[in-house]
Design a protein around this ligand. Structure first.
Ligand SMILES: Nc1nc2c(ncn2[C@@H]2O[C@H](COP(=O)(O)OP(=O)(O)OP(=O)(O)O)[C@@H](O)[C@H]2O)c(=O)[nH]1
Length: 346
């Protein structure tokens, strides 16, 4: 008889730590002798997170849009095809950080109509200090989206605890309990949680109906229905677009100077809250994967398998992609004028 394939959804705002957790879970399943597969959704046109996942892991990539909006209909088809082709023991879906998780729940449940899948849990990862800052400001589309991701979760990972004080940790934990009284809250640094413990707590997805019924108990329960989030035509009546979120993908034509690039990343406009990419510098010997999340940048040496272009993706709200484009072009031009600068190691 056909096995029922368990499916886990990883939700959480951009840069909160979804890929970090994905890597841990994949390792765990493999140690158990299981064959995991991944559905990965990125707002940009290239799957940079995918490069951090071992090539032996079967993966369906949904690029250039968000599962919950523009390419939502594809999720159930992609999931079904992946299961048919690869016969995995378990599937993990990593949504874009901008996704409304209830729409993904819908997609997975749709798949279960023609394929034996069981949605096991929706794990939401929260960047502790980012949430705290937004909660103190009490406004903005990002704040409301995070709230939605937290409310839908069956388990919550309060990540990046290394960046908050004890008092702040208490304050942000209280916010999570207030918004979602049902989910277990697990504090973590780099999502370091015993997978068995995490998966044991990861039951009981809240359905849209349940959420509606519970709104009276939850602070600012229906805020997502207002403001920048408009209804769209997908049907179901509760879908909210997030057209305030935009992504700019830049393909580099030539290497850039590492110090100038670091400076450029440091000076990114505040409305760019996430960036990542692969760059070749003219003054280092290796290529680098760079990450920028909540104003922190990180550079890692990388040797990508196969043909991977030099590319950077910027995600944020209402920023000028033209301005970024011009600045990057200038960096590229400058290295044309000043070739062969001193080698440095990052
Ligand atoms: N200081 C700190 N950094 C972390 C922690 N967890 C993850 N990071 C870093 O935060 C950045 C983003 O982590 P990811 O796991 O890529 O986040 P993500 O949610 O997959 O990001 P998107 O795919 O853009 O939505 C990376 O540079 C991580 O190394 C943590 O607990 N503390």
């Amino acid at each position: 008889m056909e096995q029922v394939v368990p499916v886990y959804i990883l939700s959480g705002f951009l840069g909160s730590g979804k890929t970090t957790l994905l890597q841990r879970l994949l390792e765990h399943f493999k140690q158990q002798g299981k064959r995991p597969a991944v559905v990965m959704n990125e707002l940009g046109e290239v799957n940079l997170d995918g490069l951090l996942v071992e090539q032996t892991v079967p993966m369906a990539e949904m690029l250039g849009g968000c599962i919950c909006c523009s390419i939502r209909g594809d999720l159930s088809t992609e999931l079904a095809t992946l299961i048919k082709k690869e016969s995995p023991d378990v599937v993990i879906i990593e949504a874009t950080g901008a996704a409304n998780p209830l729409e993904i729940v819908d997609g997975v449940t749709e798949t279960s109509l023609y394929q034996k899948v069981e949605l096991k849990s929706l794990i939401t990862i929260v960047d502790a200090s980012h949430l705290l800052e937004l909660h103190r400001a009490q406004q903005g589309a990002t704040y409301r989206l995070m709230q939605e991701q937290i409310r839908c979760a069956s388990v919550l990972i309060l990540n990046k605890m290394d960046q908050v004080s004890n008092e702040e940790a208490e304050e942000v934990t209280a916010v999570l309990h207030k918004w979602n009284a049902y989910a277990k809250v697990m504090p973590a640094v780099r999502c370091e949680i015993e997978p068995e413990v995490l998966l044991a707590h990861a039951g009981g997805i809240l359905s849209g109906g349940q959420l509606e019924g519970e709104e009276g108990n939850i602070e600012v329960g229906n805020e997502l229905a207002e403001g920048e989030h408009g209804e769209n035509a997908h049907g179901g009546g509760t879908h909210h677009t997030h057209d305030h979120v935009m992504a700019y993908t830049h393909y580099f034509k030539r290497p850039v100077n590492s110090e100038e690039f670091e400076q450029f990343v440091k000076e990114l406009p505040r409305d760019v809250y996430r960036a990542k990419g692969i760059v070749t510098f003219n003054d280092t010997s290796s290529r680098f994967l760079f990450q920028f999340a909540y104003r922190e940048a990180d550079f890692m040496k990388i040797t990508p398998q196969g043909e991977v272009p030099d590319v950077a993706v910027f995600i944020g709200e209402h920023f000028s992609s033209g301005e970024l484009h011009n600045k990057l072009l200038q960096l590229e031009k400058r290295t044309l004028v000043r070739p062969g600068t001193v080698k440095r190691s990052l």
